[in-house]
Design a protein. Structure first.
Length: 232
């Protein structure tokens, strides 16, 4: 029996670990064809091996979101590998540091925004011409969007939520969807950096959060924003 994503071609950023790797493996089990990115292609070895074990075609692509040339190369390589794109999952991003904006280091603020907002939008722009009708841009957002003391990360996710809503309206005439998914707490390195005193065993493994991403990539349209914890 085929999977729910048989024949679906997906570009997924930040696939070397955490939620990205969990999504890559879940997509692979459902039969998707994948172009997976990480800041260093060598970091994708384990993910690509897991996808191959699931019988999926998966290509590794090096991507540094803060570098415009890297974004352009990665988009071209991903599109060349897949031929067309049915879903773009913008998962990769930087946390920066948790501190108040009034004292936030501006060099770090610029790096976080360059990756989480500018690089993510640039990648989306470069992939959109290859996106098939009915396709979807899935943006991984956060409950920290706009939250005080979360610095550049909170600003970047607030901006990404705005980008999601704008693209959703602008791309509707093409039959394309744009959805922001907040995965909520997950047992990832980024979560550990944000909450260093938290016991990681008290939060879900990222593999348990894949269902809304699978369903939306398969064609569901829940609206512009989804909380993974509320998905049924």
């Amino acid at each position: 029996m085929g999977g729910r994503l048989d024949g679906t071609r997906i570009v997924l950023t930040g696939a070397s670990r955490g939620l990205g790797r969990a999504l890559a493996e879940a997509f692979a089990r459902e039969g998707a064809r994948l172009a997976l990115t990480a800041t260093r292609a060598a970091g994708l070895t384990a993910t690509l091996r897991a996808c191959a074990a699931a019988g999926a075609e998966a290509h590794g692509v090096e991507l540094e979101l803060g570098d415009p040339d890297s974004v352009d190369r990665a988009a071209a390589q991903a599109v060349a590998a897949l031929g067309r794109v049915d879903a773009l999952v913008n998962n990769a991003g930087l946390l920066g540091e948790r501190s108040e904006l009034a004292e936030y280091p501006m060099d770090l603020f610029e790096r976080v925004m360059a990756a989480n907002v500018i690089g993510t939008l640039r990648l989306t722009q470069r992939v959109l011409p290859a996106m098939a009708d009915g396709g979807v841009v899935l943006n991984v957002t956060s409950g920290a969007a706009g939250r005080a003391t979360w610095g550049a990360y909170a600003v970047s996710k607030l901006a990404l939520d705005g980008i999601t809503g704008m693209l959703r309206r602008e791309l509707a005439p093409r039959g394309l969807r744009c959805v922001a998914v907040n995965p909520g707490p997950a047992r990832t390195a980024m979560r550990a950096a944000a909450y260093p005193k938290e016991d990681p065993n008290t939060v879900p493994h990222p593999s348990s959060l894949a269902e809304p991403f699978i369903a939306i990539a398969a064609g569901a349209d829940p609206g512009p924003h989804v909380e993974a914890s509320e998905w049924r």
